[in-house]
Design a protein around this ligand. Sequence first.
Ligand SMILES: Cc1ncc(COP(=O)(O)O)c(C=O)c1O
Length: 368
Amino acid sequence: MAELDKARAEDMHFSDGRIISSMCTAPPPLSLKAHMDFIESNLGNSGLYPGTSQLEAQVIDQLGQLMNGTGISGHIVNGGTESNIMALWIARNTTGKKEVVFPESAHFSFAKACDLLDMKPVSVPLSDDLTIDIDKARRVINDRTAIVIGMAGTTELGLIDPLRELGELIPEGTFFHVDAAFGGFVIPFLKDLGHEMPDFDFKIPEVTSITIDPHKMGMSTMPSGAFLTRKIGASDNIATRAPYLTLLKQTTLSGTRCSAAVASTYAAMRNLGRVGYRQIVKNCMDTTYHAATRARELGLELVKEPVMNVLGIHLPEGKEPEQVQALLKQRGWMVSRVEDPKCIRLVVMPHVEKRHVDLLFKELEVVI
Ligand SMILES: Cc1ncc(COP(=O)(O)O)c(C=O)c1O
């Protein structure tokens, strides 16, 4: 234990409020307790865990409702990457096609998935507002397209693609997957708070599947991602026979799955409810606007007005994000950066408070 304590002491911790670069956060005590109580569960061998299986079905149903769907099926998986891989895998096996159309702003998990699945990435440039350029997307969606990806909360800047317009370009039989890994637990509550937000989920008729990650803004423990689909039997096309297990086939990428996060996600959603998530999102947005004000006070320009709790900040001429990031790290602060457009990036998760933002900007002023 002393050895473990030593390793832990070298790590950064959400509770310090100095991680302003991660899309994960410290889960509330109830999520942690639920996780620990289900630490033995392994839905890779689900026949042994009918109780956890039932919870997984309920969590998928609730997430489906949050995404404005009915009769949604899916799985709790290890995170956004695994869910995105599943979307491409199902599309490839169902359509027999190989092209994957996604915006330049898509998460790198799609490049990873294309490599694994021997699919062809077709990257679409962004328009001036840094979301997918619809005209350019129109030109590359064709009868070789297996799946089109739209972003509901980009990793780098939290932006939302024009998903209704993108949906209108989807040919019959082509898959349309929305990556709401981050935005799925933000956009619905921003809508509740009166922000004008576009439709991004199963309300759009062409959307076939969605990634939403409870281990990001869903306040669950890691690892918890969700793959949701409205295509009945969609995952049969990736099913593998599993004769030695209690289930006859597996329809996830992972075999053994740490399934404690199923209980943790259930606990987070039952405990917080819509009202709780709304408050969390409101606090994160208030802190994000506070950070935007601090940036402007330093004479720094925002890349865009924040849509959600992710903020891109341009540095003064001649200051390199990589260097500023490294100097902040030396001082104990972790921010992130974006290569295009070149900027530093703050992710204002629930563990980040206004007082942390104030301290960060004091350091940033010195570093610049
Ligand atoms: C939009 C988006 N999709 C997918 C992922 C990948 O998620 P994970 O790291 O949980 O695999 C991320 C990670 O930040 C993300 O922001």
